[in-house]
Design a protein around this ligand. Structure first.
Ligand SMILES: *Cc1c(COP(=O)(O)O)cnc(C)c1O
Length: 414
């Protein structure tokens, strides 16, 4: 048996037994998994964790499953890379990239949430998993659902990048491209979830699914030698990842794995879809939904489900929010690749560019330890860079042609 006590409404506090539900029957507040931390404190120590397999399941007592993990055994424990070249370029002493572009089968942090959701869906007895996705979730549910033997229904906005569509179809799910934006896809899926007995990972399984994001935070702390950083910069779509990284730090404090928690939490969004950071900057906790218009499609949620809670976390942790233009996102992707050899997708460009902005404006101190969350691989969103990289030197297969090109390179022209 696991260590879950039940579900609790984040608004009115009413508690529910574990089942595939996600809103409070009384006040419609979102439900959150609650745990028996006293028992977890006895079972889960640094030593126990350190002896385990290097996957996201090394923290399984703090994840909402009852039995053995059934998906994502190959996911998580991604590198925390000390980014000295980037630190130098941005003028800070200590900077780290939490690199979720690798060590995940579908190359984004969504493998964390889906590993938990798929395991839970099986525990609940579902035979079909489904999701509303901005792209990465589609890949992850398609892949992990295939391995675990589920029927899969995947709903995406039809405008998604062509490469992201192929990267779902390869796993042969039922892929449904909806003529609408993500928020419209999500609304449709809520209706479908009410009618069909499917495990929609980010709708009726959402309280369990979202807990998977905590593993990104647990790993940061473990990889910093069991310390929480001074600052963490987190890309935000629905705002869930941000709230769960904060929850992971607090849980580690609660069970005595870390003694101190002084981390400031920063939300990063694209200016073309920045309902969360705009509200933070305006000092309000009322989210005004927007129509997304940005190359950072994996973050393009105009009406973020956890936006209100993300704003609360940022306030509690003493951080702030910042957003960046599409051009800054591209520059951020290129900067990370040039300095650290990491090719991030547009969401990674967002966090790098936002971090630069926060350092330049003095909101992140030059002597502090900062972790930048890079959540997806650049090979997934290559279209975004079309026309933004230099071209190759085209030559004939002769040494003379090569040397002509070499001369051009030395002169610095194309
Ligand atoms: C889904 C996603 C996020 C964050 O999503 P939340 O809805 O805020 O949890 C961040 N980066 C990438 C690449 C994603 O796919």
């Amino acid at each position: 048996m696991g260590y879950v006590r039940g579900l609790k409404c984040r608004e009115c506090g009413r508690e529910y037994p574990v089942s595939p539900i996600y809103v409070c029957e009384f006040c419609f507040g979102p439900l959150e998994v609650i745990y028996d931390y006293k028992s977890i404190k006895k079972a889960l120590t640094r030593k126990v964790i350190e002896k385990r397999e290097k996957s996201l399941w090394r923290y399984k007592e703090l994840l909402p499953i009852d039995g053995a993990p059934l998906a994502g055994l190959n996911s998580g424990y991604t590198p925390l890379l000390k980014a000295d070249n980037l630190a130098k370029e941005l003028g800070v002493k200590e900077l780290y990239i939490k690199d979720d572009t690798v060590a995940h089968p579908t190359l984004s942090f969504k493998d964390r949430v889906v590993a938990v959701a798929i395991t839970k869906a099986r525990e609940f007895g579902f035979d079909t998993v489904a999701c509303a996705s901005t792209g990465n979730l589609a890949h992850s549910v398609s892949a992990h659902g295939a391995k675990a033997g589920f029927n899969r229904f995947i709903f995406i906005p039809a405008t998604l990048e062509a490469s992201k569509i192929v990267a779902s179809l390869i796993y042969e799910p039922n892929l449904i491209a909806v003529d609408g934006n993500y928020d419209e896809v999500n609304r449709l899926c809520s209706e479908i979830a009410n009618k069909y007995k499917w495990a929609f990972v980010n709708i009726n399984i959402r309280p369990f699914y979202a807990e998977g994001s905590k593993t990104h935070g647990f790993e940061i702390v473990e990889q910093l030698g069991w310390n929480a950083p001074d600052n963490v910069v987190i890309p935000s779509a629905s705002g869930s990842l941000l709230t769960k990284i904060w929850k992971s730090f607090k849980e580690f404090k609660e069970i005595g794995i870390i003694k101190e928690l002084k981390t400031r939490v920063f939300a990063a969004q694209a200016t073309g879809c920045s309902p969360i950071t705009t509200a933070i900057k305006q000092g309000t906790d009322v989210i005004r939904p927007v129509k997304p218009n940005t190359i950072a499609k994996s973050l393009a949620i105009g009406n973020p489900a956890d936006g209100y809670y993300a704003i609360q976390v940022v306030a509690e942790a003493g951080g702030t929010g910042e957003d960046v233009s599409d051009q800054e996102i591209i520059d951020g992707i290129k900067l990370l690749a040039r300095t650290e050899g990491i090719f991030a997708e547009t969401a990674g460009g967002v966090t790098v560019a936002v971090t630069k902005k926060l350092i330049d404006s003095g909101k992140i101190g030059r002597d502090e330890i900062t972790v930048i969350c890079v959540t997806g691989n650049g090979l997934k969103t290559q279209e975004a860079l079309t026309g933004h990289t230099v071209s190759p030197y085209f030559i004939k297969p002769h040494i003379s042609s090569f040397e002509e090109a070499l001369d051009k390179m030395k002169r610095g022209d194309q």
